[in-house]
Design a protein around this ligand. Structure first.
Ligand SMILES: Cc1ncc(COP(=O)(O)O)c(C=O)c1O
Length: 436
């Protein structure tokens, strides 16, 4: 029987594996972890925390002991690497001139970032609204969908995550976030696309046929947390269905936009044009929180309503960081690099799968990968416990990543990662798998 508490978005912070891990940390780190635990609200997947960081650079985070970890998680913000010197310099320049821009005013950094951003989108996606976090971007998208369609209900995928606020969890489907929160009458969940993508699309059509009150279908183009990649036929069909029933197609690309999949935006792999795209995470280059939506000119009709109205809406620092991030991706031709890295990573993971029979599947795209462990482990071992053991042994050996859904090791390094660093990570995985 699956323990629902363990089969969630990320690795769980109250297991026995976590308690054993604390024994590895030294007094100073434990002291700060304890102070953190005393002052912050405790919450699943977050506080109490895993470790204490002192610095970061490139693909690495460094803890209080000076131990470095290759960060294959980075909360999906570290696409261009931590403390990227080109971006830091641009942010410092902005810091000296205009660090904050009160609402009602605009600023050059914000206008330039928005102008640059829309150049990557196909017509008619040319309108931008910024927000200080991904959840807020999802919230704006949902509000806009209500205004455009006049319909309130939402369809989303089972077990999906679109942010942790009440409106975002109402739109999402993950039990971990919905439990104890009461009833969310406006959302219907449909099955995730998977082995039978077209059946999932059929189910969506059935619902839209029966539910005239649905105004939006929201989904991640490619599911980030445990890396599921729908077929092209699925997305083409979903696009047609949404158009047919006057339902807005909202793609949440908050973790995977800006090159993680080898294209600037994941929807480009599918030859479709969504109605609203939600962005976030790496949008502020791992320095300043930045998020937003990009949508169509014809949807710019809500001038008398505040869709966002966030204090940090047009953050000059966030926009300077984001603009520099885009420039860096272009200058360094990172999209091309990610495609080359994809071939290397696929090959390495397939070798691991051949060698270690407890691996069920490896899958991924660009620099977003998953190693899914078999649900039935040798000697009757509990899969979630094995996944945890791998995580903590990898951490001891200087590799950090996230566990998803209890049995998936999610590997999401920065786009800037060097081949030597990738090799280093695979050596650690190999060594740890061999020791199990
Ligand atoms: C798919 C997806 N949507 C939305 C969000 C929410 O973003 P934020 O944490 O910036 O509010 C996340 C964050 O993990 C996410 O992964």
């Amino acid at each position: 029987m699956k323990d629902q508490n363990l089969f969630v978005e990320g690795d769980v912070n109250f297991t026995s594996g976590r308690k054993k891990w604390y024994a590895v940390l030294d007094g100073e780190a434990m002291d700060l972890l304890n102070r953190d635990k005393e002052v912050f609200m405790h919450q699943s997947l977050s506080t109490p925390c895993l470790n204490v960081l002192s610095s970061c650079e490139g693909s690495y985070i460094t803890d209080l002991n000076g131990k470095r970890y290759l960060d294959f998680h980075g909360n999906s913000v570290h696409h261009t690497g931590y403390r990227n010197p080109y971006i830091i310099e641009k942010v410092k320049q902005q810091m000296d001139i205009l660090p904050f821009s009160p609402r009602r005013y605009t600023n050059e950094a914000a206008v330039r970032y928005a102008e640059k951003l829309v150049t990557y989108f196909p017509a008619p996606l040319n309108r931008v609204l910024f927000a200080p976090g991904g959840t807020a971007a999802v919230s704006m998208a949902l509000k806009l969908a209500r205004i455009i369609t006049g319909k309130q209900r939402i369809v989303s995928l089972e077990d999906s995550f679109h942010g942790a606020s009440l409106d975002a969890i109402a739109a999402g489907g993950e039990y971990q976030f919905k439990k104890y929160m009461g009833i969310f009458p406006d959302t219907v969940n449909v099955r995730q696309p998977g082995a039978n993508d077209m059946a999932a699309a059929d189910e969506l059509e059935e619902i839209l046929k029966e539910e005239p009150g649905v105004g939006a279908f929201i989904a991640e183009t490619i599911r980030n947390t445990d890396v599921h990649i729908p077929s092209q036929a699925y997305w083409k069909r979903v696009r047609e269905i949404c158009t047919k029933y006057n339902v807005l197609l909202i793609l949440d690309e908050i973790p995977i936009a800006f090159g993680k999949t080898g294209k600037m935006f994941a929807f480009e792999h599918y030859g479709i044009v969504p109605d609203i795209v939600c962005l976030g995470k790496s949008m502020g280059a791992g320095i300043i929180p930045m998020a937003g939506i990009v949508t169509k000119e014809e949807y710019n009709i809500a001038a008398e309503i505040s869709l966002g109205h966030f204090t940090h809406e047009k953050s000059p620092l966030g926009c300077a960081a984001g603009l520099a991030m885009l420039e860096f991706i272009e200058q360094e031709q990172l999209l091309q690099k990610v495609k080359e890295d994809e071939l290397f990573v696929r090959n390495e993971l397939e070798q691991l799968k051949k060698k270690f029979p407890f691996i069920h599947e490896v899958r991924g795209i660009g620099l977003l990968w998953a190693i899914e462990l078999l649900n039935t482990q040798p000697e009757g071992k509990d899969t979630a416990a094995v996944a945890e053991q791998v995580l903590y042994e990898c951490l001891k050996n200087g590799l950090s990543f996230k566990i998803s859904n209890g049995n998936v090791l999610q590997l999401s390094p920065p786009l800037t990662i060097s081949r030597i660093e990738l090799e280093e990570a695979f050596q650690v995985l190999h060594q740890v798998f061999s020791s199990l």
